[in-house]
Design a protein around this ligand. Structure first.
Ligand code: 3PG
Ligand code: MG
Length: 396
Protein backbone atom coordinates (compact mmCIF):
# COMPACT_ATOMS: atom_id res chain seq x y z
CA UNK A 1 0.00 0.00 0.00
CA UNK A 2 1.29 3.44 -0.85
CA UNK A 3 2.13 5.57 2.19
CA UNK A 4 2.18 9.32 2.72
CA UNK A 5 5.95 9.40 2.15
CA UNK A 6 5.39 8.22 -1.42
CA UNK A 7 3.65 11.53 -2.12
CA UNK A 8 6.95 13.40 -1.99
CA UNK A 9 7.41 16.97 -0.81
CA UNK A 10 4.03 18.29 0.31
CA UNK A 11 5.12 21.78 1.32
CA UNK A 12 2.74 24.30 -0.17
CA UNK A 13 0.46 21.54 -1.52
CA UNK A 14 -3.22 21.01 -0.81
CA UNK A 15 -4.05 17.51 0.36
CA UNK A 16 -7.56 16.06 0.38
CA UNK A 17 -7.94 13.67 3.33
CA UNK A 18 -10.85 11.21 3.59
CA UNK A 19 -11.45 10.64 7.28
CA UNK A 20 -14.16 8.63 9.03
CA UNK A 21 -15.79 11.14 11.38
CA UNK A 22 -19.03 9.17 11.64
CA UNK A 23 -19.35 9.66 15.40
CA UNK A 24 -22.36 8.89 17.59
CA UNK A 25 -24.28 12.07 18.44
CA UNK A 26 -26.79 13.02 21.09
CA UNK A 27 -28.26 16.05 19.35
CA UNK A 28 -25.10 17.95 18.49
CA UNK A 29 -23.03 16.44 21.31
CA UNK A 30 -20.48 13.78 20.37
CA UNK A 31 -20.90 10.85 22.78
CA UNK A 32 -17.74 9.02 21.67
CA UNK A 33 -15.02 11.00 19.88
CA UNK A 34 -12.79 7.99 19.16
CA UNK A 35 -12.96 8.41 15.41
CA UNK A 36 -12.12 12.12 15.54
CA UNK A 37 -9.11 11.44 17.77
CA UNK A 38 -7.99 8.63 15.46
CA UNK A 39 -7.99 11.02 12.51
CA UNK A 40 -5.60 13.51 14.08
CA UNK A 41 -2.14 11.91 13.50
CA UNK A 42 -2.47 11.89 9.71
CA UNK A 43 -3.78 15.44 9.53
CA UNK A 44 -1.05 16.63 11.89
CA UNK A 45 1.63 14.85 9.86
CA UNK A 46 0.45 16.58 6.68
CA UNK A 47 0.35 19.97 8.41
CA UNK A 48 3.85 19.41 9.75
CA UNK A 49 4.96 18.70 6.19
CA UNK A 50 3.76 22.17 5.19
CA UNK A 51 0.58 21.13 3.44
CA UNK A 52 -2.91 22.61 3.74
CA UNK A 53 -5.48 19.94 4.55
CA UNK A 54 -9.01 19.57 3.19
CA UNK A 55 -10.95 16.98 5.16
CA UNK A 56 -13.85 15.15 3.56
CA UNK A 57 -16.05 12.80 5.58
CA UNK A 58 -19.59 11.53 6.06
CA UNK A 59 -21.93 11.46 9.02
CA UNK A 60 -24.80 9.02 9.15
CA UNK A 61 -26.76 8.04 6.10
CA UNK A 62 -28.53 11.15 4.75
CA UNK A 63 -30.51 10.55 1.56
CA UNK A 64 -28.18 12.37 -0.84
CA UNK A 65 -29.29 15.88 0.11
CA UNK A 66 -28.36 18.35 2.87
CA UNK A 67 -30.03 17.70 6.23
CA UNK A 68 -29.07 19.80 9.25
CA UNK A 69 -28.98 16.93 11.70
CA UNK A 70 -26.23 15.28 9.67
CA UNK A 71 -23.97 18.34 9.54
CA UNK A 72 -20.30 17.70 10.28
CA UNK A 73 -20.23 20.81 12.49
CA UNK A 74 -19.76 18.87 15.77
CA UNK A 75 -16.90 16.87 14.25
CA UNK A 76 -15.25 20.00 12.87
CA UNK A 77 -15.45 21.66 16.29
CA UNK A 78 -13.95 18.64 18.03
CA UNK A 79 -11.18 18.32 15.44
CA UNK A 80 -10.36 21.98 15.92
CA UNK A 81 -10.01 21.44 19.69
CA UNK A 82 -7.77 18.42 19.19
CA UNK A 83 -5.53 20.12 16.63
CA UNK A 84 -5.46 23.37 18.56
CA UNK A 85 -6.25 25.40 15.45
CA UNK A 86 -9.31 26.56 13.52
CA UNK A 87 -11.03 24.08 11.23
CA UNK A 88 -13.16 25.99 8.75
CA UNK A 89 -16.29 24.04 7.80
CA UNK A 90 -17.60 24.86 4.33
CA UNK A 91 -21.39 25.14 3.99
CA UNK A 92 -21.38 22.67 1.13
CA UNK A 93 -19.34 19.91 -0.43
CA UNK A 94 -18.22 21.08 -3.85
CA UNK A 95 -20.24 24.29 -4.23
CA UNK A 96 -19.37 27.96 -3.92
CA UNK A 97 -18.65 27.84 -0.20
CA UNK A 98 -16.30 24.86 -0.56
CA UNK A 99 -14.49 26.47 -3.49
CA UNK A 100 -13.99 29.74 -1.60
CA UNK A 101 -12.89 27.93 1.56
CA UNK A 102 -10.34 25.86 -0.33
CA UNK A 103 -9.05 28.88 -2.29
CA UNK A 104 -8.36 30.72 0.96
CA UNK A 105 -6.22 27.93 2.46
CA UNK A 106 -2.61 28.68 3.35
CA UNK A 107 0.01 26.06 4.26
CA UNK A 108 -0.78 24.73 7.74
CA UNK A 109 -4.51 25.50 7.45
CA UNK A 110 -7.30 22.95 7.81
CA UNK A 111 -10.72 23.08 6.19
CA UNK A 112 -13.55 20.58 6.20
CA UNK A 113 -16.14 20.03 3.48
CA UNK A 114 -19.74 19.40 4.54
CA UNK A 115 -21.03 15.82 4.72
CA UNK A 116 -20.00 14.10 1.49
CA UNK A 117 -23.24 12.11 1.56
CA UNK A 118 -25.23 15.32 1.08
CA UNK A 119 -24.41 14.63 -2.59
CA UNK A 120 -26.21 11.58 -4.00
CA UNK A 121 -23.30 10.88 -6.34
CA UNK A 122 -21.09 9.83 -3.40
CA UNK A 123 -22.86 6.50 -2.93
CA UNK A 124 -24.23 6.07 -6.47
CA UNK A 125 -23.98 2.64 -8.05
CA UNK A 126 -23.42 4.37 -11.41
CA UNK A 127 -19.69 4.70 -11.98
CA UNK A 128 -20.03 7.90 -14.02
CA UNK A 129 -21.94 9.65 -11.21
CA UNK A 130 -19.30 8.83 -8.64
CA UNK A 131 -16.49 9.72 -11.03
CA UNK A 132 -18.04 13.13 -11.69
CA UNK A 133 -18.16 13.94 -7.98
CA UNK A 134 -14.66 12.54 -7.50
CA UNK A 135 -13.39 14.87 -10.25
CA UNK A 136 -14.89 17.89 -8.49
CA UNK A 137 -13.27 16.85 -5.20
CA UNK A 138 -9.94 16.11 -6.90
CA UNK A 139 -9.92 19.59 -8.45
CA UNK A 140 -9.51 21.04 -4.94
CA UNK A 141 -6.23 19.26 -4.18
CA UNK A 142 -2.81 18.11 -5.34
CA UNK A 143 -2.89 14.77 -3.56
CA UNK A 144 -5.29 12.40 -1.78
CA UNK A 145 -4.80 10.58 1.51
CA UNK A 146 -7.25 7.84 2.43
CA UNK A 147 -7.52 7.64 6.20
CA UNK A 148 -11.16 6.75 6.84
CA UNK A 149 -10.62 3.12 7.72
CA UNK A 150 -14.29 2.69 8.64
CA UNK A 151 -15.32 3.31 5.02
CA UNK A 152 -12.63 1.48 3.02
CA UNK A 153 -15.15 -1.32 2.35
CA UNK A 154 -17.34 1.19 0.49
CA UNK A 155 -16.88 1.77 -3.23
CA UNK A 156 -17.78 5.46 -2.94
CA UNK A 157 -16.58 8.59 -4.71
CA UNK A 158 -14.59 10.04 -1.80
CA UNK A 159 -13.09 6.67 -0.88
CA UNK A 160 -12.46 4.89 -4.16
CA UNK A 161 -12.92 7.00 -7.28
CA UNK A 162 -11.00 10.06 -6.12
CA UNK A 163 -7.97 7.89 -5.36
CA UNK A 164 -7.68 7.19 -9.08
CA UNK A 165 -7.57 10.86 -10.01
CA UNK A 166 -4.82 12.16 -7.71
CA UNK A 167 -1.51 10.87 -6.37
CA UNK A 168 -2.97 8.78 -3.53
CA UNK A 169 -1.74 7.11 -0.37
CA UNK A 170 -2.98 5.43 2.79
CA UNK A 171 -2.95 7.56 5.92
CA UNK A 172 -1.46 6.49 9.24
CA UNK A 173 -4.76 5.19 10.63
CA UNK A 174 -5.50 3.02 7.61
CA UNK A 175 -1.94 1.67 7.72
CA UNK A 176 -2.16 0.84 11.43
CA UNK A 177 -5.60 -0.76 11.13
CA UNK A 178 -4.58 -2.94 8.21
CA UNK A 179 -1.36 -4.05 9.91
CA UNK A 180 -3.10 -4.95 13.17
CA UNK A 181 -6.10 -6.71 11.66
CA UNK A 182 -3.97 -8.54 9.09
CA UNK A 183 -1.92 -10.03 11.90
CA UNK A 184 -5.09 -11.74 13.10
CA UNK A 185 -6.45 -12.55 9.65
CA UNK A 186 -3.45 -14.01 7.89
CA UNK A 187 -1.24 -15.76 10.40
CA UNK A 188 -2.70 -15.64 13.91
CA UNK A 189 -0.69 -16.96 16.80
CA UNK A 190 -2.69 -19.83 18.31
CA UNK A 191 -4.88 -20.53 20.10
CA UNK A 192 -6.90 -17.97 18.12
CA UNK A 193 -10.14 -17.02 19.87
CA UNK A 194 -12.84 -14.85 18.37
CA UNK A 195 -15.61 -13.34 20.47
CA UNK A 196 -18.69 -12.34 18.51
CA UNK A 197 -21.68 -10.45 19.80
CA UNK A 198 -24.05 -7.74 18.69
CA UNK A 199 -27.67 -8.03 17.87
CA UNK A 200 -27.90 -9.82 14.54
CA UNK A 201 -26.38 -13.03 13.34
CA UNK A 202 -27.41 -12.06 9.79
CA UNK A 203 -24.85 -9.20 9.90
CA UNK A 204 -22.06 -11.66 10.64
CA UNK A 205 -22.77 -14.66 8.42
CA UNK A 206 -19.74 -14.15 6.18
CA UNK A 207 -17.43 -13.67 9.13
CA UNK A 208 -18.65 -16.75 10.94
CA UNK A 209 -18.32 -18.91 7.83
CA UNK A 210 -14.76 -17.69 7.33
CA UNK A 211 -13.78 -18.04 10.98
CA UNK A 212 -15.00 -21.63 11.03
CA UNK A 213 -11.99 -22.37 8.83
CA UNK A 214 -9.52 -20.14 10.71
CA UNK A 215 -10.24 -19.71 14.42
CA UNK A 216 -9.72 -22.28 17.16
CA UNK A 217 -12.51 -20.99 19.36
CA UNK A 218 -15.62 -19.00 18.60
CA UNK A 219 -17.33 -17.45 21.63
CA UNK A 220 -20.84 -16.23 20.94
CA UNK A 221 -22.82 -13.72 22.99
CA UNK A 222 -25.04 -10.68 22.47
CA UNK A 223 -28.44 -10.70 20.82
CA UNK A 224 -27.25 -13.07 18.13
CA UNK A 225 -26.66 -15.84 20.64
CA UNK A 226 -30.38 -16.57 20.92
CA UNK A 227 -30.48 -17.79 17.34
CA UNK A 228 -27.68 -20.21 18.31
CA UNK A 229 -29.57 -21.34 21.41
CA UNK A 230 -32.72 -21.81 19.31
CA UNK A 231 -30.67 -23.87 16.83
CA UNK A 232 -29.81 -26.14 19.71
CA UNK A 233 -33.51 -26.58 20.37
CA UNK A 234 -33.76 -24.33 23.42
CA UNK A 235 -36.66 -21.96 24.02
CA UNK A 236 -35.48 -18.35 24.07
CA UNK A 237 -38.55 -16.59 25.47
CA UNK A 238 -39.01 -13.12 24.02
CA UNK A 239 -35.28 -12.68 23.30
CA UNK A 240 -34.04 -11.38 19.95
CA UNK A 241 -34.36 -14.22 17.47
CA UNK A 242 -33.80 -14.45 13.73
CA UNK A 243 -35.95 -17.42 12.93
CA UNK A 244 -34.95 -17.43 9.27
CA UNK A 245 -31.32 -17.98 10.31
CA UNK A 246 -31.83 -21.00 12.53
CA UNK A 247 -31.05 -23.50 9.75
CA UNK A 248 -27.91 -21.58 8.76
CA UNK A 249 -26.74 -21.60 12.36
CA UNK A 250 -27.44 -25.35 12.60
CA UNK A 251 -25.13 -25.68 9.61
CA UNK A 252 -22.41 -23.72 11.44
CA UNK A 253 -22.71 -25.94 14.49
CA UNK A 254 -22.32 -29.01 12.26
CA UNK A 255 -19.35 -27.51 10.39
CA UNK A 256 -17.66 -26.64 13.67
CA UNK A 257 -17.97 -30.29 14.76
CA UNK A 258 -16.28 -31.39 11.55
CA UNK A 259 -13.50 -28.80 11.53
CA UNK A 260 -12.82 -29.08 15.25
CA UNK A 261 -13.53 -25.42 15.91
CA UNK A 262 -14.83 -25.01 19.44
CA UNK A 263 -18.05 -22.97 19.54
CA UNK A 264 -18.54 -21.67 23.06
CA UNK A 265 -22.09 -20.66 23.94
CA UNK A 266 -23.26 -19.16 27.24
CA UNK A 267 -24.52 -21.60 29.85
CA UNK A 268 -26.52 -18.97 31.71
CA UNK A 269 -28.39 -15.84 30.71
CA UNK A 270 -29.59 -12.69 32.45
CA UNK A 271 -33.29 -12.74 31.60
CA UNK A 272 -35.40 -9.59 32.05
CA UNK A 273 -39.08 -8.78 31.89
CA UNK A 274 -38.55 -5.89 29.47
CA UNK A 275 -35.94 -4.02 27.44
CA UNK A 276 -35.31 -1.39 30.10
CA UNK A 277 -32.51 -0.30 32.42
CA UNK A 278 -34.57 -1.10 35.52
CA UNK A 279 -36.35 -4.23 34.28
CA UNK A 280 -36.69 -7.10 36.75
CA UNK A 281 -33.89 -9.55 35.91
CA UNK A 282 -32.93 -13.06 36.98
CA UNK A 283 -30.09 -15.39 36.02
CA UNK A 284 -31.38 -18.56 34.39
CA UNK A 285 -29.82 -21.58 32.74
CA UNK A 286 -29.37 -21.00 28.97
CA UNK A 287 -31.80 -23.84 28.22
CA UNK A 288 -34.45 -22.55 30.62
CA UNK A 289 -35.24 -19.00 29.53
CA UNK A 290 -38.83 -18.37 30.67
CA UNK A 291 -41.32 -17.74 27.87
CA UNK A 292 -42.14 -14.23 29.16
CA UNK A 293 -38.53 -13.02 29.58
CA UNK A 294 -35.82 -11.79 27.22
CA UNK A 295 -32.09 -12.38 27.55
CA UNK A 296 -30.21 -9.07 27.85
CA UNK A 297 -26.77 -10.34 28.87
CA UNK A 298 -24.75 -13.50 29.31
CA UNK A 299 -24.80 -14.73 32.93
CA UNK A 300 -21.94 -14.81 35.47
CA UNK A 301 -21.07 -18.47 34.88
CA UNK A 302 -20.80 -17.76 31.15
CA UNK A 303 -18.72 -14.64 31.78
CA UNK A 304 -16.24 -16.77 33.74
CA UNK A 305 -16.30 -19.45 31.04
CA UNK A 306 -15.63 -16.90 28.30
CA UNK A 307 -12.84 -15.33 30.35
CA UNK A 308 -11.17 -18.72 30.72
CA UNK A 309 -11.34 -19.31 26.96
CA UNK A 310 -9.73 -15.91 26.39
CA UNK A 311 -7.11 -16.23 29.13
CA UNK A 312 -4.71 -18.58 27.34
CA UNK A 313 -5.43 -17.49 23.76
CA UNK A 314 -2.53 -15.93 21.85
CA UNK A 315 -4.74 -13.98 19.45
CA UNK A 316 -8.14 -12.63 20.47
CA UNK A 317 -10.48 -10.72 18.23
CA UNK A 318 -13.67 -9.27 19.66
CA UNK A 319 -16.56 -7.80 17.71
CA UNK A 320 -19.88 -6.94 19.28
CA UNK A 321 -21.03 -6.51 22.89
CA UNK A 322 -22.21 -9.47 24.98
CA UNK A 323 -25.31 -7.72 26.26
CA UNK A 324 -27.11 -4.41 26.47
CA UNK A 325 -24.06 -2.73 28.01
CA UNK A 326 -25.68 0.72 27.81
CA UNK A 327 -27.78 -0.41 30.80
CA UNK A 328 -25.45 -1.01 33.80
CA UNK A 329 -27.49 -4.04 34.93
CA UNK A 330 -26.69 -5.79 31.64
CA UNK A 331 -23.08 -4.70 31.14
CA UNK A 332 -21.31 -7.40 33.17
CA UNK A 333 -20.78 -9.88 30.33
CA UNK A 334 -19.25 -7.22 28.10
CA UNK A 335 -17.07 -6.00 30.97
CA UNK A 336 -15.86 -9.54 31.68
CA UNK A 337 -14.79 -10.04 28.06
CA UNK A 338 -12.98 -6.69 27.99
CA UNK A 339 -11.20 -7.45 31.27
CA UNK A 340 -10.21 -10.94 30.12
CA UNK A 341 -8.70 -9.49 26.95
CA UNK A 342 -6.72 -7.02 29.00
CA UNK A 343 -5.52 -9.76 31.36
CA UNK A 344 -4.53 -12.13 28.59
CA UNK A 345 -0.97 -12.06 27.24
CA UNK A 346 -2.31 -12.59 23.73
CA UNK A 347 -2.60 -9.97 20.99
CA UNK A 348 -6.06 -8.46 21.49
CA UNK A 349 -8.01 -6.69 18.78
CA UNK A 350 -11.31 -4.94 19.35
CA UNK A 351 -13.25 -4.42 16.13
CA UNK A 352 -16.57 -2.84 15.44
CA UNK A 353 -17.89 0.54 16.40
CA UNK A 354 -20.08 -0.78 19.22
CA UNK A 355 -17.46 -2.83 21.03
CA UNK A 356 -14.90 -0.04 20.66
CA UNK A 357 -17.42 2.42 22.11
CA UNK A 358 -18.26 -0.09 24.86
CA UNK A 359 -14.61 -0.30 25.88
CA UNK A 360 -14.43 3.47 26.26
CA UNK A 361 -17.86 4.03 27.79
CA UNK A 362 -17.26 1.30 30.39
CA UNK A 363 -14.06 3.08 31.40
CA UNK A 364 -11.44 0.62 30.18
CA UNK A 365 -7.99 1.87 29.24
CA UNK A 366 -7.70 1.75 25.44
CA UNK A 367 -3.94 1.37 25.69
CA UNK A 368 -4.41 -1.98 27.46
CA UNK A 369 -5.58 -3.56 24.19
CA UNK A 370 -3.39 -4.55 21.27
CA UNK A 371 -5.56 -2.63 18.84
CA UNK A 372 -8.96 -0.98 18.91
CA UNK A 373 -10.36 -0.65 15.42
CA UNK A 374 -12.33 2.38 14.30
CA UNK A 375 -14.05 0.25 11.68
CA UNK A 376 -17.28 -1.68 12.04
CA UNK A 377 -18.20 -3.18 8.69
CA UNK A 378 -14.69 -2.60 7.36
CA UNK A 379 -13.01 -4.62 10.10
CA UNK A 380 -15.59 -7.40 9.70
CA UNK A 381 -15.00 -7.57 5.97
CA UNK A 382 -11.25 -7.79 6.53
CA UNK A 383 -11.86 -10.64 8.99
CA UNK A 384 -14.05 -12.23 6.35
CA UNK A 385 -11.06 -12.22 4.03
CA UNK A 386 -12.79 -9.98 1.49
CA UNK A 387 -11.01 -7.55 -0.83
CA UNK A 388 -11.87 -3.97 0.15
CA UNK A 389 -12.16 -1.47 -2.74
CA UNK A 390 -10.81 1.45 -0.72
CA UNK A 391 -7.63 -0.53 0.06
CA UNK A 392 -7.16 -2.14 -3.34
CA UNK A 393 -7.13 1.28 -4.98
CA UNK A 394 -4.15 2.27 -2.79
CA UNK A 395 -1.96 -0.63 -3.92
CA UNK A 396 1.40 0.21 -5.47
C1 3PG B 1 -19.39 3.08 10.05
O1 3PG B 1 -19.99 3.75 10.86
O2 3PG B 1 -19.31 1.84 10.11
C2 3PG B 1 -18.65 3.77 8.94
O3 3PG B 1 -18.55 5.13 9.18
C3 3PG B 1 -19.31 3.47 7.63
O4 3PG B 1 -20.60 3.96 7.61
P1 3PG B 1 -21.68 3.29 6.67
O5 3PG B 1 -21.91 1.91 7.21
O6 3PG B 1 -22.89 4.16 6.73
O7 3PG B 1 -21.10 3.22 5.27
MG1 MG C 1 -21.89 0.72 9.75
Amino acid sequence: MKTIDSLGDLAGKKVLVRSDLNVPLDGTTITDDGRVRASVPTIQKLLDAGAAVIVTAHLGRPAGAPEAKYSLAPAAARLSELLGKPVTLADDLVGESAAATVAALEPGDVAMLENVRFDARETSKVDADREALAAELAAFADAFVSDGFGVVHRKQASVYDVAKLLPAAAGLLVQKEVESLSKAVTDPERPYAVVLGGSKVSDKLGVIANLLTKADRLLIGGGMVFTFLAAKGYGVGSSLLEEDQIDTVKGYLATAEETGVEIVLPTDIVAATAFAADADAVVVSADEIPADRMGLDIGPESAALFASKIADAKTIVWNGPMGVFEFPAFAEGTKAVAQAMIDSDGFSVVGGGDSAAAVRLLGFDEAAFGHISTGGGASLELLEGKALPGLDVLED
